[in-house]
Write a protein that binds this ligand. Structure first.
Ligand code: B12
Ligand code: SF4
Length: 473
């Protein structure tokens, strides 16, 4: 069966959104190909200025027998650049129905999984597949007339009623091949890189799943609560394939925490060094058992930036968010990074987390300058507000604290309504405004720095202007 796989359009290009390769669709396409289907991936975020016209042309050219749409992102989840993505599902479906009437339509992806029933109710696609879909998509396409036999599926019957077959076990990651990246037009990414002055962000997985229970997090629903490992050999083969076949020079490990199993992470770094793979990469890390020699090993294996998500700084907020870490561990991670020459790092915090205090607000301010100073330009603090997501423990916290109107729509269509979904505890509204202005000032300062250092770019210096403030080349 010819299956067209679409990465949903984000509704804007080149603003604050990275250029991300659709590895979710690559994974689905790899499973479909192995089962004898013919997949073709179209990322509506690249190629041509009119994504729906591009979709029309692809539908006419490829003549698909089924169309799958990946809803990766629901909205920007950021307060500073609010944007709603999911509404693009409607014009996408309308275009498919107009150009390819009667062709079955499927929804999937992490954004879809987060609120699958709500999306099926809002947008009349025929089927929806929750969570990891390498197995379920093959089962469903083998007999579209019997979706009730495929666990993890939602579908609409002839009366418009939505049915749900419930949950299914996640696929066996150790048995899956790595996602092939060929059934799409690479040249369009290369062109978009040049147009936006950005580098394509290529994702690579080493594990799936997370056993932790952070209050705001939905990852355990997307990938389960059990850590599943991809065999080291497979990860290394994938890296060689990416470098050798497509000339990929940089990638991001997409794991929740690359070092959740430190032994597995070490084996990957050692393998990269042993095989002489010379790509640069980024990874998220947890705090437990973080050792300087492990960071050194990562650095030798090509890691140039690590990211931490402590979210809270003092113990009361860390505990209320079930972060399973301590202030001392956060500070120790800064010390560890400081000892590894050349390694860049970021720590993200919520400006106004639950159970915050005046002490924590002042400590956050101090931490901001401490990170800049102690790491001499290598360290950065990222400040955000927590967006309350449906069904998370954080939603319970926000309701306990009476911070969510009872009628709040957690999937708003209008970006202006997103603002109500960011957690700001009572008594800290002034602080929230302060952080708002603080971040504006930070952005202006970075933009100014970019302009001042512009002449040095001719001599090879990197563009320091924040990507969305750059002029298009
Ligand atoms: C790594 C990551 C990033 C990295 C990506 C690096 C890279 N090069 O890939 C970075 C930091 C760049 C990033 C950025 C953003 N991210 Co992000 N990211 C993730 C993360 C942790 C993993 C995604 C991933 O690659 N998984 C591995 C692939 C193989 O899995 P997958 O895509 O889920 O695909 C599987 C299934 O979903 C399904 N599937 C996928 N598509 C389809 C389609 C069909 C038809 C079917 C049937 C099935 C199906 O099958 C696939 C195989 O099993 C997820 C959380 C998570 N655990 O999913 C958040 C997540 C996807 N990100 C999210 C967000 C919000 C963003 C940003 C908008 C943040 C921002 N404001 O900038 C941007 C958007 C960037 C963009 N242009 O798309 C949200 C999206 C949901 C939401 N709330 O909107 C998530 C879920 C996190 C969260 N907060 O809940 N992200
Ligand atoms: S925030 Fe990270 S560590 Fe916490 S539950 Fe989610 S994926 Fe796991």
């Amino acid at each position: 069966m010819r299956v067209l796989l679409l990465q949903s359009y984000l509704g804007r290009r080149g603003v604050a959104d990275q250029l991300v390769f659709p590895i979710g669709l690559a994974a689905v396409a790899t499973a479909l190909e192995a089962a004898g289907h013919e997949p073709w991936i179209v990322d509506l975020n690249v190629g041509g200025d009119d994504p729906m016209d591009r979709l029309r042309l692809e539908l006419e050219r490829f003549q698909p027998q089924a169309v799958g749409v990946s809803l990766r992102n629901i909205d920007s989840t950021t307060r500073k650049a609010p944007h709603v993505y999911h509404t693009q599902l409607r014009p996408t479906l309308e275009t498919i129905r107009r150009v390819a009437p009667g062709v079955p339509t499927l929804l999937g992806g992490p954004g879809f999984t987060q609120s699958s029933r709500a999306f099926m109710e809002r947008y009349p696609y025929d089927f929806g597949l929750k969570a990891e879909a390498e197995d379920s998509v093959v089962e469903l396409l083998s007999d579209l007339a019997a979706p009730e036999k495929v666990p993890g599926t939602l579908w609409r019957d002839e009366h418009g009623h939505i049915h749900d077959t419930g949950e299914r076990p996640m696929p066996d990651l150790a048995a899956l091949p790595f996602p092939r990246r060929h059934p799409l037009d690479w040249e369009l990414y290369r062109r978009e890189e040049r147009r936006r002055g950005l580098m394509l962000d290529m994702g690579v997985e080493t594990t799936r799943g997370c056993p932790r229970r952070c209050a705001y997090c939905n990852y355990p629903w997307l990938n389960g609560r059990v850590l599943r490992r991809k065999p080291v050999q497979v990860v290394l083969d994938e890296l060689e394939y990416l470098a050798g076949t497509f000339g990929v020079r940089q990638f991001t490990f997409t794991d929740s925490r690359f070092n959740e199993d430190p032994g597995h992470a070490r084996a990957i770094c050692e393998g990269i060094i042993r095989r002489g793979i010379t790509m640069r990469w980024i990874a998220w890390l947890g705090f437990h058992g973080l050792e300087v020699d492990f960071l050194e090993l990562m650095r030798q294996a090509g890691c140039f930036r690590v990211a931490f998500s402590p979210d809270g700084l003092l113990q009361p907020s860390l505990d209320r968010m079930r972060k399973d870490t301590s202030t001392a561990e956060i500070q120790a991670s800064i010390e560890a990074v400081r000892k590894v020459r050349g390694l860049k790092a970021s720590w993200s915090f919520f400006c106004t987390p639950p159970s915050t205090s005046l002490r924590e607000q002042l400590a956050l301010l101090g931490q901001y300058f401490y990170l800049q100073g102690s790491l001499a330009g290598r360290g950065r603090m990222v400040l955000t507000w927590c967006r309350v997501e449906e069904g998370t423990h954080f939603e319970t916290i926000a309701r306990e604290d009476r911070l969510l109107p009872p009628d709040a729509d957690l999937l708003p269509d209008d970006p202006a309504m997103l603002d109500r979904l960011f957690y700001v505890p009572r008594g800290f509204e002034q602080w929230s405004r302060f952080w708002d202005r603080f971040l504006d000032a930070e952005m202006q300062a970075r933009s100014l720095l970019g302009r001042v250092t512009a002449p040095l770019r001719r001599f090879g210096m990197k563009d320091l202007t924040p990507p969305h403030m750059r002029r298009r080349p």
